[in-house]
Design a protein around this ligand. Structure first.
Ligand SMILES: [Zn+2]
Length: 120
C-alpha cells in the first residue's frame, strides 16, 4: 500500500467515525448570529461553497505547512460541510472522528472556518 492509499484509508475511518451516532470526540466553537449568516451565505450556492472551501483549505496549508498529508487533504469539502452542519444543528459542537487534540488537523480546519466567518 502506498502513502496516498494509507491517507485515503485514514480518511475513510475518520469520516465514518465523524458521522457515526456515537462519535466520542468534538470540537466546541462559539455559535453566533454572524456565523449563522455567514453559513447561510456560503451554502446558498455551489460556487460560494466551493470558494469558501478553497479559501479555508488554502489558509490551512499556509498556517499548518508542517502537517503531514492527512484526512483534511483528502477532502477539505467534507470537513467544511461537517463544520457547517454542526455549527447550525448542534450549536457549535462539531464531531471529529479522529481525536480531540487541540492541534488535530481537522480541528485546525474547523477553527479556520470559524474565524473566517467570525471576522467577516
Ligand atoms: Zn486528530
Amino acid at each position: 500500500m502506498d502513502g496516498m492509499q494509507m491517507v485515503n484509508m485514514l480518511y475513510m475511518m475518520h469520516r465514518e467515525q465523524t458521522v457515526s451516532r456515537d462519535c466520542e470526540w468534538h470540537c466546541e466553537l462559539e455559535m453566533n448570529d454572524k456565523i449563522l449568516e455567514g453559513i447561510k451565505g456560503i451554502i446558498s450556492s455551489n460556487e460560494a461553497f466551493e470558494k469558501f472551501v478553497m479559501d479555508a483549505y488554502r489558509k490551512y496549508k499556509e498556517d499548518f505547512s508542517d502537517n503531514a498529508l492527512g484526512s483534511v487533504d483528502v477532502s477539505p469539502k467534507f470537513w467544511v460541510q461537517n463544520f457547517c452542519l454542526h455549527m447550525c444543528n448542534s450549536n457549535g459542537k462539531i464531531t471529529n472522528g479522529c481525536c480531540s487534540k487541540d492541534d488535530c488537523p481537522i480541528n485546525s480546519l474547523y477553527r479556520i472556518c470559524h474565524s473566517m466567518l467570525n471576522t467577516k
